[in-house]
Design a binder for this molecule. Structure first.
Ligand SMILES: Cc1cc2nc3c(=O)[nH]c(=O)nc-3n(C[C@H](O)[C@H](O)[C@H](O)COP(=O)(O)OP(=O)(O)OC[C@H]3O[C@@H](n4cnc5c(N)ncnc54)[C@H](O)[C@@H]3O)c2cc1C
Length: 422
């Protein structure tokens, strides 16, 4: 086991952990011993959240050094993995075995346990967040014993997206399906008018996964279309123009020579190499950014974007890019997409800490009529009372936490202030 006594920070350097120590056990038994012995414990994944959601007053314990131990079920419909395993590792092994996940986030270097805990998502109007493929979770509980929660259990919907409040997840079981192929095409210059009426839903539903990128200029700069190739078909044809955007025919290098993004040249390849935005075999970016993201109803999405566009001139000097994605609704109590198909309005900011801090409340103000739910792992200033209004099942979640962690071993900080109302 390694541990760190100095102050450590998250991937983006936007948060310095206040916890006294960070422990990295190398086995589940070691993890159980730590949890049983320590009075206050919070789980830490691969540190990709931008805020203090993982922090706490005691020790932080991360399962990233516990072996992945990837086990595919005999019927090949599920895979069990160590919670600290990065999606890149799971996805590569699944593809090797002819299997696939239903979706991926933009970055495959994030841990399965950490991504699940905050409702991390990819895109696709018919695709739920990554947490929707969770079949079972094994929690190391306050006394060091292991409690398994399985789909179909009474508290399952309250336990999947849990922000670390229910214990330290040691293993996760995910649904898998036979491997499939995807092609990724880019369209340039999609007019804003294409979002009008039912346009946004139509765009987001036109392929397996669609992302729109903009810097709030004259148009939507790029549309990334990830098309799932049907079984038995070599390829599908893509139109030269889609929703007014022009197909990008540059088949060599789309962004730059040392591009670390997945192929966008319309070539067909395994899901694992096309669904994430960043390549599994490259180190993505260096953390010189801040991220913010809000979820609104997909049906109100076009109006919500229009509201954000009124701030374009203020936003532009500090924005690297906005990405718009769709996620299907689910019934998890703490899910940002609970009860509604959602549009995710994401901002990757330059690390202009003060300016971004000033802008965020202004964005939240124009989005207020759309009752946005902020991404649990990204920077925002949405208050505890607003969260309470926007999460109708928060009370049930609090009761679940009180039942499984009556002494608050896994709480503190962000959780207490914003979620548990302690
Ligand atoms: C470059 C980049 C790209 C991103 N892309 C996306 C994206 O495409 N879509 C999206 O939705 N988000 C995205 N995110 C956000 C990211 O997916 C989430 O913040 C995610 O929760 C980070 O997981 P992590 O393993 O780093 O967990 P951490 O940030 O370390 O922790 C997050 C939360 O999970 C809990 N947790 C972690 N591990 C466990 C465990 N084993 N048991 C119990 N609780 C645990 C922590 O206590 C904390 O509450 C991105 C972030 C970055 C930096």
């Amino acid at each position: 086991m390694t541990f760190t006594a100095e102050r450590e920070q998250n991937w983006a350097g936007t948060h310095v952990y206040g916890a006294s120590r960070i422990l990295n056990p190398t086995s589940v038994d070691e993890l159980r011993t730590i949890v049983a012995a320590e009075p206050r414990v919070r789980a830490l994944g691969t540190r990709h959240s931008f805020n203090s959601v993982a922090d706490g007053p005691g020790v932080l314990v991360s399962p990233i050094d516990i072996p992945a131990d990837i086990v595919v079920s005999d019927d090949r419909t599920s895979v069990a993995v160590g919670a600290g395993t990065r999606y890149a590792v799971v996805a590569t092994e699944l593809e090797r075995q002819g299997l696939a996940l239903h979706n991926m986030g933009s970055l495959p270097h994030i841990s399965v346990g950490g991504a699940t805990a905050t409702g991390t998502h990819g895109s696709g109007a018919a695709n739920g967040s990554l947490a929707t493929s969770v079949r079972a979770l094994e929690f190391v509980t306050a006394d060091g014993s292991v409690r398994t929660v399985t789909r179909g259990d009474a508290d399952f919907a309250g336990s999947v997206i849990h922000l670390g409040a229910l214990g330290i997840v040691s293993r996760v079981t995910l649904d898998v399906e036979p491997s499939y192929r995807v092609r990724q095409d880019v369209y340039l210059g999609v007019p804003w008018s294409s979002l009008e009426g039912a346009g946004l839903r139509e765009i987001m539903s036109c392929a397996y996964s669609v992302s729109l990128f903009t810097v709030y200029g004259d148009d939507i700069t790029q549309m990334w279309v990830k098309t799932r190739i049907p079984e038995g078909v070599d390829d599908v044809e893509m139109p030269d123009e889609l929703f007014g955007g022009k197909h990008n025919d540059n088949r060599v290098a789309f962004v730059s020579e040392d591009d670390n993004t997945t192929p966008m040249d319309g070539s067909v390849g395994p899901w694992v190499d096309r669904l994430p935005h960043f390549r599994i075999d490259r180190n993505p970016s260096n953390g010189e950014e801040i991220q913010t993201e809000y979820f609104v109803s997909l049906d109100e999405g076009a109006a919500a974007i229009q509201a954000v566009r009124t701030l374009a001139a203020k936003i532009q000097p500090h924005l690297l890019v906005t990405e718009l994605r769709a996620v299907a609704g689910d019934d998890f109590w703490l899910s940002e997409t609970q009860g509604q198909d959602s549009l995710c309005i994401h901002f990757t900011w330059a690390k202009h800490v003060d300016e971004v801090a000033e802008l965020i409340p202004q964005i939240e103000e124009v989005l207020r009529p759309f009752t946005p739910r902020p991404h649990w792992g990204k920077v925002n200033t949405v208050s505890a009372s607003e969260l309470e209004e926007r999460y109708p099942r928060l009370g049930e979640f609090r009761a679940l936490v009180a039942k499984h962690d009556p002494d608050g071993k896994f709480s503190g900080g962000f959780l207490d202030e914003l979620v548990l109302g302690r």
